[in-house]
Design a protein around this ligand. Structure first.
Ligand SMILES: Cc1ncc(COP(=O)(O)O)c(C=O)c1O
Length: 390
């Protein structure tokens, strides 16, 4: 029996650049006595982020968090109230919450097993069965699972064909958006979260990206009570502004971005090596860095989580059993069978993954996981059981 760790290893630790790198920006805020309302740092952060992503500044708007970017984005799309918003159940709670707060009714669909995401083919298949009259569908919200790239152009084409607007919840996809051609911002709006646990983390923050400059401009207005220049509300809005503090930290992260990515890449590569050695399939890539580390443990996720906790290692089934099982969303419509969602909820286990998770820690996690699997291999899904899901 191996000794369990003395201190609990956390699943994630938020990390920001060292304090010294933030001080010039914090000093600027104090000297200018401007703390919010689209101040100088906000404008600089938006511009420098647009430069990094190589998009025009008016294709991007920064807000105070990703959830409000989704909500204001959906509101700005002008969808009639109470229409359905088709979305995966296999997502974080912010996806249905933002749709409901924007006046839409989530309708949960199952995801594709290989990509863990909705695909245009899956949605069209659902529409073809006439479960819901097409005129009652207001939008589709597609989710990039744990940063996995979503082929944006396919969703542009889906909207052109069906006239149904699409929003991409790409909360964890900063790196994919930055690096991969298929995730370059375009017509279909995409939300990227800048929460402290994300790869480009600033504490709290979010951005909406789209080549639809009118949409981006409306979201910016909505983030500030729908005010026009005369400070009267031209349309319904809220307070979703990014403060100067958030922008200042964002600028410090931009200054250090290359170093941050290098460190994240090293942690990712070390994990991939460990998984390869154990013959395990993970949900990690060095082409698009994620902010979470999921390993596939077919049918054993809950058992493995309990075992790891016993070893003082935190792990997580990030999206539990899917949003359709949460009390807040009980009674919302869903596809009859959400088999892939059920399968993934028993197969995906999130392991400790922070910018400073070192090679020794990763080896120790691998060692404990191997012990667990050696004892429990017979409890994994059989090929037959798996076939009922996939
Ligand atoms: C899929 C998904 N959507 C939305 C969000 C919400 O982003 P934020 O925390 O910036 O509000 C998250 C956050 O983790 C997420 O994972």
């Amino acid at each position: 029996m191996k000794n369990k760790l003395e201190h609990r290893l956390p699943i994630l630790q938020s990390s920001l650049p060292p304090f010294e790198r933030m001080i010039p920006y914090l000093a600027h805020i104090e000297n200018n006595r401007c703390h919010s309302n689209f101040g100088k740092l906000f404008n600089l952060f938006e511009q420098r982020m647009a430069d990094l992503l190589q998009i025009p500044r008016d294709n991007l708007v920064m807000v105070c968090n990703g959830t409000l970017a989704l909500q204001t984005g959906l509101m700005a799309m002008g969808i009639d109230k109470d229409k359905y918003c088709l979305m995966p159940s296999w997502t974080f709670s912010a996806t249905p919450a933002s749709a409901m707060l924007a006046g839409l009714r989530p309708l949960f669909l199952d995801v594709d097993l290989d990509t863990q995401a909705l695909t245009p083919a899956l949605v069209k298949q659902f529409l073809a069965h006439d479960h819901v009259p097409i005129e009652e569908i207001g939008a589709v919200m597609v989710v990039s699972p744990f940063g996995y790239p979503i082929p944006r152009a396919e969703w542009d084409a889906f909207t052109a064909e069906t006239k149904i607007p699409v929003m991409i919840d790409a909360a964890a996809s900063f790196d994919a958006v930055h690096r991969l051609p298929q995730m370059r911002p375009g017509a279909t709006p995409m939300m990227v979260s800048l929460h402290g646990t994300k790869i480009f983390g600033i504490g709290e923050g979010g951005m909406l990206l789209s080549s639809d400059v009118d949409l981006i401009s409306r979201v910016k207005g909505m983030s500030n009570f729908g005010f026009d220049v005369s400070r009267t509300s031209s349309y319904l809005g809220t307070n979703a502004k990014m403060s100067e503090y958030q922008a200042g930290i964002g600028l410090a992260v931009l200054d250090a971005w290359d170093e941050i990515r290098e460190k994240r890449l090293a942690v990712t590569s070390n994990y991939i090596t460990m998984f390869d050695q154990l013959g395990l399939k993970s949900w990690l890539s060095i082409d698009w860095l994620s902010s979470t580390c999921n390993v596939l443990v077919s049918g054993l996720a809950e058992l493995a989580r309990d075992y790891m906790l016993d070893q003082n290692i935190e792990s997580r089934i990030w999206w539990n059993k899917g949003c359709h099982t949460y009390p807040a969303y009980q009674g919302l419509p869903k596809e009859l069978r959400l088999l892939n969602t059920e399968y993934l909820s028993q197969a995906m286990l999130g392991l400790p993954f922070s910018i400073d998770t070192n090679q020794d820690v990763i080896a120790m996690i691998g060692d404990r996981l191997a012990d667990f699997l050696a004892v429990n291999a017979n409890k994994q899904f059989t090929a037959k059981e798996k076939a009922t899901y996939c």
